[in-house]
Design a protein around this ligand. Sequence first.
Ligand code: SF4
Length: 441
Amino acid sequence: MNDADSRHLSSQLEALGYTHRTSADEADLVVLNTCVVRQQAEDKAINHLHRLRVTKTERPEMTIALMGCMVGMKEAPTLKKRFPFVDVFMPPSDTEPLLDYLSDHGLFDTDRSFDTREKALRDAIQDEEFALPSGLRGQSVTANVPVVLGCSHACTFCIIPYRRGAERSKPPADILREIETLVGQGVKEVMLLGQIVDRYGTDFDDGTDLAGLLQRVAAVPELARVRFLTSHPNWMTDRLLDVVANTEKLCPHIEIPIQAGNDDVLERMRRGYTVDQYRRVMDRIRARMPDAAINTDIIVGFCGETQEQFMDTYRLAEEMQWDKIHLAKYSVRPKTIAARSMPDDVDPDEKERRRKMLDDRQTEILEAKNAVLQGQVVEVLVENNHKGKWRGRTPHNRLVFFEDERDLTGQLVPVHIERTAAYTLNGHAADRRPHAHAGAV
Ligand code: SF4
């Protein structure tokens, strides 16, 4: 979400005459886009802010804007007191406060001015709103496209509903316009984003749903692949799974968090399902797509989690054979239901022990799963060159590296896998004639 918001804002700023600088020390305007989903991310943002305070002391004319979940829907007044050197505060996905500030202070290329400064601003950003920043045009092979903003689920551990607001879907026409613009600038794969992306359209009353949106997105010419995340077990319909299974460009890659493998913990988290219900969703996915990559999120050390409850999660990982686990240690997030009513009673060392134990086991599972691919040919959408090797992903979202002297950015290339590890595959191009826009295989 933040990646998409940053891209969107960069394009708007370029339309106003700003250019990119690699260092904050050289910039007239610095925007810090923040995540506070875990304490660690928040600490990082605060450290950045302290560094910016020093820069601003040396160059008081510099504008500093703080964006994202740290600001949330209503934290700006508190943050202004804590960080008075910050000029602008922007909630997630809302660039208006900064655009208004720049307009009010005449801080954009006034050559573009029309009748009023406000009109100049709006006109200047109109056409560029969804475009990639110039440095990424023709270079950015993948792009994240938010389709559902906010979340109304209120899991007890989660800060997102407090910071990103209530759930709302973006109109299909806006999403398609954004994707067509991105594709026109070289993007080959889009990831549709929502906190519960499967709920897309439930706030419209015309039958719009994620399955229908995915079909329309998949029909965009020149777009090679489409993914979506994050799913919720209660909202994954058969219709959605059928569309994913039967539409060539839709990747067989599902992100469906379980968070814990024990019913008591799930109930305290207020996730809204049991382990058995989750198991049945997995069965429904695998009945349609036996080889689908299914990824999950797990939090270890949630309030009151006993060793035995953790072991239920550990055993479930063995059973489910997920293709990736996004693993986190629980950290208290302010104002959440858990912060208000449940003691954070698992010792930090014990949280780390559980995280490592699960991570080690999952690494072994992935080593075994990826080893099966040795000697096979996989289709890779090439994203960029990394230290002399081409880097890309398979439809199942596996990371592949291979060497080739040609510029293959944005191409679909069959790659023969020679070496495998838990998180990467290595090989060489199997076909010397990569085809530009074949569908995902
Ligand atoms: S579904 Fe739960 S975990 Fe996901 S964003 Fe909403 S409240 Fe947070």
